[in-house]
Design a protein. Structure first.
Length: 367
């Protein structure tokens, strides 16, 4: 009989990677490739609930071809980072906020909700085990990827009754490489990412496959990312594929930060939330209000809108320099990175690396 057990058993045996293998993985840590040596695995079934929590060597999974997650998409995930701090320790950025969102995503997909303490323990255990993968280099961080999927092999059209949670990790330089170079974005007028009442606010695997076609159109027009508009009017700016958007109004003497409100079709970014707090800490006023494409263009042209940036865990804070659409294109702040974007990006990086005060207690130190 299985017993409930969420305390993580450590079985980090297996053959460690050779130094050469590790060096090869770390030589080019392109996003999502330089995986570390271990993973956490936890199972769920109606009785006894969460059990078999263990830290094991990273390895392929045996998979039943009728696994529900594969067929009907009951799969949610998270993405959070650990940073090498000035005192040499590893700090995980806001694991509690990611744990809450993981629960919310699971609830939306009618999956069991992983307890927040179990989530924090799982990401901490893996970060602790593989911490020596993270060099003392400000461009490097450890990206932790928790995932929860329906593992029951039964194709009835109902929520599965068996689930598996994994946490894996990889070392990364940042999504767009090392520099914060302004990106060019594509307004998708043909496709949409999320509709009212849908799954857009959940970090649900199926939300991403639907964006690749638009991403390909963006790339064909020389754009790095897609900006999604609302599904109803195709007029209101929502977010990018994996980042939330902010608009800086240069109102003197103090700038003002505008971001669309969390209406249910926007993913509630932890970085978005952090930027709103950091801006307030720095005396920048913040407004959560819808912004239309016309307004983005007109205010960029008039100079009232001085900067646009995107933010998310993977890429941090990234300036947006140019906007393209089928029949239109414009630049923001002459395509250069702006001072407010720079100030917020620096501040965020300082907090993440333990170089600045952490009044919100966002860093969870790995001991
Ligand atoms: C993960 C994600 C974000 C950013 O969220 P963070 O918590 O800041 O990383 C934004 N949009 C989408 C669609 C996402 O999946």
């Amino acid at each position: 009989m299985k017993v409930a057990q969420t305390e993580i058993r450590s079985r980090p045996s297996g053959t460690p990677l050779s130094e050469q293998n590790r060096a090869e993985r770390l030589a080019r840590p392109v996003f999502g490739s330089a995986f570390t040596e271990h993973m956490v695995s936890i199972r769920w079934s109606p009785e006894p609930g969460w059990h078999d929590a263990e830290l094991v060597p990273y390895a392929p999974l045996p998979m039943d071809p009728a696994m529900v997650g594969l067929h009907y998409g009951q799969v949610v995930f998270e993405g959070l980072k650990a940073f090498r701090c000035v005192d040499g320790r590893l700090g995980i950025f806001r694991p509690d906020a990611h744990a809450r969102r993981f629960r919310d995503s699971a609830r939306r997909l009618r999956m069991p909700e992983p307890p927040e303490s179990m989530f924090v323990d799982a990401v901490s255990a893996l970060a602790r085990q593989d911490q020596d993968w993270v060099a003392d280099d400000p461009n490097i961080s450890l990206y932790l990827r928790p995932i929860l999927f329906a593992s029951e092999p039964r194709l009835a059209l109902r929520p599965a009754q068996e689930y598996r949670m994994l946490v894996i990790a990889f070392v990364t330089e940042g999504f767009f490489g090392r520099e914060a170079r302004p990106i060019t974005v594509w307004l998708s007028e043909e496709y949409c990412r999320a509709a009212p009442g849908g799954t857009g606010a959940a970090k649900y695997a199926g939300n991403y496959a639907g964006t690749y076609l638009a991403q390909e159109q963006a790339a064909a027009r020389g754009c790095e990312q897609v900006v999604w508009l609302d599904a109803t009017e195709r007029r209101w700016v929502e977010e990018m594929g994996g980042m939330n958007l902010f608009f800086v109004y240069g109102d003197s003497p103090r700038p003002r930060l505008v971001t669309p409100p969390l209406s249910g079709t926007i993913l509630p970014g932890v970085t978005r939330d952090a930027v709103l707090s950091l801006a307030s800490d720095l005396g920048i006023s913040t407004v959560q209000t819808p912004i239309s494409v016309e307004q983005w263009k007109a205010d960029s042209a008039s100079g009232a809108l001085t900067e646009t940036f995107a933010c998310g865990t993977a890429a941090g804070i990234t300036p947006v320099g140019h906007v393209r659409a089928t029949a239109d294109s414009w630049s923001v702040s002459d395509g250069k990175p702006g001072p407010v974007t720079g100030m917020l990006a620096r501040r965020l990086a300082e907090v993440q690396r333990g170089r600045a005060d952490d009044p919100h207690r966002w860093l969870h130190m790995v001991t």
